[in-house]
Design a binder for this molecule. Structure first.
Ligand code: ZN
Length: 346
């Protein structure tokens, strides 16, 4: 694949995906965006009932290979409108609330309005709250304050806000110095952008595989059942493309493609994982093999649902995961390259 063509395309795609709110459960907008992006490459994508987006990349013969990435992200939901017109929230997906403290948010009401606000401590003023430094951050001590003139439950409800409304976090997408990208939700929009780039490479003939290759964008990964259903027939191997974990005794960093040998659910298929390591070594890619101590992937969801597959997990290194995350264009590129090289001889 020509880096001068595909890396800028990947980064532009990533930015567009990152700027589209898609907390788990509110993914219709990004599904439409994905369908359009895949149609633009000449593919004929389709959707499962629960909203996953799928496409077949080539003709191919024999047993299929399924590549997945997830397009849902962490977020919040209105739990209740408080008497003071502020919002008590509940989390969508797993993250400490302090990872979203002082973040700008958008409340998406059922009647289609988008109302800006901030998630912050109930008493956020340093000049007022002497316990601010040590106070526990939870859904009782924190609230969403809307940037609207509301001071009662009734006034807030009159805006159309109610329990069950989705709240998205400002991704704060920044292309920073030296090839780094800082943004929320690089888990797993980075991998989604990689798969769209791979689809384009298949369409232009710059990537190929003798077996049929399918891509699957799941929309309930952050709550555990993303890839549990809606698969095409004839698959024997599934590779989840999802964030690589960066941590003290691990070898992955943002510049590398990470290959996961074991996560909290157990080891990945040894032969398939080994073949991915072989491809990375053979082509001189910057990669790492790691154990992810607190992690479950879409392949875990697929196997738990009863799919009889060999499974593997690879992805670009993402630091500060589930917070204000950071990736590097080298890690994105190494992941795309690994998929391209592996599929060529799979
Ligand atoms: Zn993920």
């Amino acid at each position: 694949m020509d880096k001068n063509t595909y890396l800028p395309f990947l980064l532009d795609t990533l930015r567009l995906l990152a700027l589209t709110p898609s907390p788990t459960g509110m993914t219709a907008g990004i599904e439409r965006q994905l369908m359009a992006a895949l149609k633009e490459t000449g593919l004929v994508p389709w959707q499962s009932r629960k909203g996953a987006v799928l496409a077949r990349l080539n003709e191919g013969e024999g047993e299929g290979i399924l590549l997945s990435a997830h397009i849902d992200t962490l977020g919040l939901m209105v739990r209740s409108v408080k008497a003071n017109g502020r919002l008590r929230v509940t989390q969508l997906g797993g993250f400490p609330l302090q990872y979203a403290e002082q973040e700008n948010v958008l409340v998406h009401t059922r009647d289609g309005k988008t109302i800006p606000g901030t998630l912050r401590m109930n008493q956020p003023a340093v000049h007022f709250n002497k316990d601010l430094r040590t106070a526990e951050r939870n859904d009782e001590s924190m609230e969403v304050v809307l940037d609207m003139r509301v001071s009662s439950k009734e006034e807030c409800q009159a805006l159309g806000v109610s329990a069950g409304d989705y709240i998205s976090l400002d991704p704060r997408f920044v292309k920073s110095g030296d090839g780094f990208i800082k943004s929320r939700h690089m888990d797993d929009k980075a991998s989604a952008a990689i798969l769209i780039s791979l689809a384009r490479a298949f369409a232009s003939g710059e990537a190929s595989c003798r077996r049929p290759v399918y891509i699957l964008f799941t929309n309930f990964e952050e709550v555990g059942h993303g890839a549990s259903a809606g698969h095409p027939d004839g698959i024997s191997d599934m590779i989840a493309v999802d964030m690589g974990v960066v941590g003290e005794d691990l070898s992955t960093d943002e510049m590398k493609v990470s290959i996961c040998a074991k996560d909290s659910r157990g080891p990945y298929n040894r032969a398939l994982t080994g073949a991915l390591v072989d491809a990375a070594e053979k082509h001189g890619l910057d990669f790492a093999v790691d154990i992810y101590p607190f992690y479950g992937s879409d392949t875990d969801a697929a196997l738990s649902a009863g799919h009889d597959y060999r499974h593997a997990l690879i992805g670009p290194g993402v630091s500060a995961s589930h917070g204000y995350e950071r990736v590097h264009e080298d890690g994105l590129w190494n992941t795309l390259e690994l998929l391209g090289h592996y599929l060529k001889t799979a």
